[in-house]
Design a binder for this molecule. Structure first.
Ligand code: NAD
Length: 430
C-alpha cells in the first residue's frame, strides 16, 4: 500500500471548463478562504489530502483467469471526525478524482455539522462487465487491501457510482470476518437487515425537496404556486419530484437520459416510473409535450433542479436558463463559468453540498444506530433529517445575508470556517 501527497496545480484556474473535480475543489477552497480570516497555512494544508492509499486488487474471473485492478482511498481531512465518503466502481476512477471528491465530502459533512471528515475511493473497473460473483470477489479483496485504513472510528465508506447496498454488505462482512466480530458501523448505505438505516435511499432527494421548499419560501413564493422542472428521474430526482408534488408544488417537467415530458398543468409524479421502478421509461409516460434535456433546462419555471449528472449548466446554456431559482440535486451540475453568470444575472443557485447532503446525513444516522445497536423508525429518520437540513439551511442563510455572497460561497464559508477553526483549536501535531 502506498501513501502520498499531491502537489498544488498552479494551472487550475486556467483550464477550459469543465474542470476536473480536484481543480474545482481547490478553486472553491481558495475562493471561500478569501472571505475568511484563516491562517494561510491551514488553507495550504487543506489543498492536500491527508493521505491517498493506492492498492492492487487481483480478482479471479469466472473463466479462471486473474485480472488486476487498481483501487484508491483518498482521505482528505479528519479534524472533525472519521473520514467519510463513497466508494465508486467506474472505469475512469483516478487518484486525483478521489482526492477532489474527498475534499467535497469534507465540506459537505462540515456544512451539515456532522462529526465526520471527507474521503472518497473506488476501483477503476467497469462494474457492468462483472458477474455478481466477480463483483463480490472484487469487493472482498478491495476490503482486505484497505482494511487497515478504514473502520467505524477511522474511515467509513458508503455506496457511490457503480456500488450499492449489496456492495456495502460484502465490504462489512469481509471487514468483520477479519476483525473477528460483526462491525456494521464500518460502512453506511447497507441493507437494513444488516444494520442499514430506513430512509437512506430516499434521503438525498428528500433533502433536495426540503431545501427547494425553504428557498421558495425565502424568495417570497408560495409552494402551491411554484412550477418545478427536474432533470434526472432516479434516486435524487424522483424522490425530490414526488415530495415537492405532495407538498403542493407544480412539477411541470421531468426527464431521464432519453429526454423529458412537460405538462404546464403539472405532472402526476407518482405515476411517472422512476429509474429504479422502470429504467429510462419517462418518455413512455403520456404527457402533452416532450422536451429534450437541453430544452428542460431552459423552461420558464420557478425552480430548476438538475438531478442527473454533472456539468449540465455551462457557459453555452447559462444565458438561456429562465428559472428563478436553481437547486443543485446532482453533484457539480453547474460549471464555474455558469456559476459566475448566474451570480451576474441574480439567479440564486443553492449548491449541491447543502441540497443533496441528506444522503450523508442519514449515513450519519445509520452510523449512530450501528454504534448504539438500536434501529430508528422511518418517522424518526425523516424528522431528524428535516431538523438537520433546516439547521444547515439557517446557518448558510445567515452567511448569505451577512456577507452578500452567492449561496455556494455562503455554504463553503460555513464549512471552511468550521474545519479551519477545528484545525486552529487542535493545533499542528507534533
Ligand atoms: P440514478 O442512477 O438513480 O438516476 C439518474 C437519472 O438521471 C436517471 O433517470 C437517468 O436516466 C438520468 N440521466 C443519466 N444521464 C443523464 C443525462 N446525461 N441527461 C439527463 N438525464 C440523465 O442516480 P442518482 O442516485 O439519482 O444520482 C443523480 C445525481 O445525484 C448524481 O450526480 C449523483 O452523484 C448525485 N447524488 C446522488 C446521491 C445518492 O445517494 N443517490 C447523493 C448525493 C448526490
Amino acid at each position: 500500500m502506498a501513501s502520498s501527497t499531491t502537489t498544488h496545480d498552479e494551472a487550475a484556474d486556467e483550464q477550459p471548463e469543465p474542470e476536473s473535480a480536484l481543480q474545482t475543489a481547490r478553486r472553491q477552497l481558495r475562493h471561500a478562504a478569501d472571505h475568511l480570516d484563516i491562517d494561510d497555512n491551514i488553507v495550504e494544508r487543506l489543498q492536500h489530502p491527508n493521505s491517498v492509499h493506492e492498492v492492487t486488487v487481483p480478482v479471479e474471473r469466472d473463466d479462471g483467469t486473474v485480472e488486476v485492478f487498481t483501487g484508491f482511498r483518498a482521505q482528505h481531512d479528519s479534524v472533525r471526525g472519521p473520514f467519510k465518503g463513497g466508494l465508486r466502481y467506474h472505469p475512469e476512477v483516478t487518484r486525483d478524482e478521489c482526492v477532489g471528491l474527498g475534499m467535497w465530502m469534507t465540506w459537505k459533512c462540515a456544512v451539515m455539522d456532522l462529526p465526520f471528515g471527507g474521503a472518497k475511493g473506488g476501483v477503476a473497473v467497469n462494474p457492468k462487465a462483472l458477474s455478481d460473483g466477480e463483483k463480490e470477489r472484487l469487493t472482498r479483496r478491495f476490503a482486505e487491501e484497505i482494511r487497515e485504513v478504514i473502520g467505524p472510528t477511522v474511515d467509513i465508506p458508503a455506496p457511490d457510482m457503480g456500488t450499492d447496498p449489496q456492495t456495502m454488505a460484502w465490504l462489512m462482512d469481509a471487514y468483520s470476518m477479519q476483525e473477528g466480530e460483526t462491525i456494521p458501523g464500518v460502512v453506511t448505505g447497507k441493507p437494513p437487515i444488516v444494520g442499514g438505516s430506513k430512509g437512506r435511499d430516499g434521503a438525498p432527494g428528500r433533502s433536495v425537496a426540503i431545501i427547494a421548499r425553504e428557498a421558495v419560501d425565502y424568495y417570497g413564493k408560495d409552494l402551491g404556486e411554484t412550477s418545478v422542472a427536474i432533470q434526472g428521474y432516479g434516486s435524487v430526482g424522483a424522490n425530490a419530484a414526488r415530495l415537492l408534488d405532495d407538498w403542493g408544488a407544480n412539477v411541470v417537467a421531468v426527464s431521464d437520459v432519453n429526454g423529458g415530458i412537460y405538462d404546464p398543468d403539472g405532472l402526476d409524479t407518482h405515476s411517472v416510473p422512476t429509474h429504479h421502478e422502470e429504467p429510462e421509461a419517462v418518455m413512455g409516460h403520456e404527457a402533452p409535450e416532450t422536451v429534450t434535456n437541453g430544452e428542460l433546462l431552459e423552461l420558464d419555471v420557478d425552480v430548476l433542479i438538475p438531478a442527473a449528472v454533472g456539468n449540465v449548466l455551462t457557459a453555452d446554456n447559462v444565458h438561456d436558463v429562465r428559472a428563478d431559482i436553481v437547486i443543485e440535486g446532482a453533484n457539480g451540475p453547474t460549471t464555474s463559468t455558469a456559476s459566475e453568470v448566474f451570480a451576474e444575472r441574480g439567479i440564486p443557485v443553492v449548491p449541491d453540498i447543502l441540497a443533496n447532503a441528506g444522503g450523508v446525513t442519514v449515513s450519519y444516522f445509520e452510523w449512530l444506530q450501528d454504534i448504539n445497536r438500536r434501529a430508528w423508525s422511518l418517522e424518526r429518520v425523516n424528522e431528524e433529517l428535516e431538523a438537520e437540513m433546516l439547521a444547515a439551511w439557517n446557518d448558510v442563510r445567515a452567511e448569505y445575508e451577512a456577507r452578500d455572497v452567492t449561496w455556494r460561497d455562503a455554504a463553503y464559508i460555513v464549512a471552511l470556517s468550521r474545519v479551519a477553526e477545528a484545525h486552529e483549536t487542535r493545533g499542528l501535531w507534533p
